[in-house]
Design a protein around this ligand. Sequence first.
Ligand code: CU
Length: 199
Amino acid sequence: MKRLSIFSALIAFAACGGGEPADTAADSSAASAPAAAPAAASANLPGGALMLPDWMAFDAAANTVHITLTAGSTNTNNYWNFNGATKGNMAITVPVGATVTIDLVNSDPAMGHSVGVSAETKSFGAMMDPVPVFAGAVTENPSSMVGATMPGETDTITFTADAAGTYTLVCYIPGHATTGMWVYFVVSADGEAGMQGAM
Ligand SMILES: [Cu+2]
């Protein structure tokens, strides 16, 4: 009697087109499995063709590169970004031997930032030693929350990228690189310049 009545109810449910059976949507265990994949992918260099954005100028004859790097150009990552990019989702490439000038513009309304060329490409601690890979490749007082490049300020650095390799541009204010305030900086042995990835 009972079984029959349940069966009758299912027939009635299906017959009137009463929507999805609840059981098929209830199992959500499969949804959690792929969550780790995007984080792993972001640790890799972005691909695609090199392009010259309007904030980057390259003079091949003189082998000079001029980069305008804006901290907090968008509110991505609570303004803790370089030209809107975080966590290595952008790569800036310059030729080996180039004279590189970076204007660090701080457009974050609240927080000081800095930039330097680091050899670190994998593990970004809360406190990073602000010793740049290339002489002069770090802004003033890079770890100081009150003495770094403050909101509205610009700090310009010039250095020679004299060894090819894959490096990063990081902010040395404690905790900033850890939360993602870093992008890749590639010194190319092939004389290339440009950027790849997010803007
Ligand atoms: Cu910062």
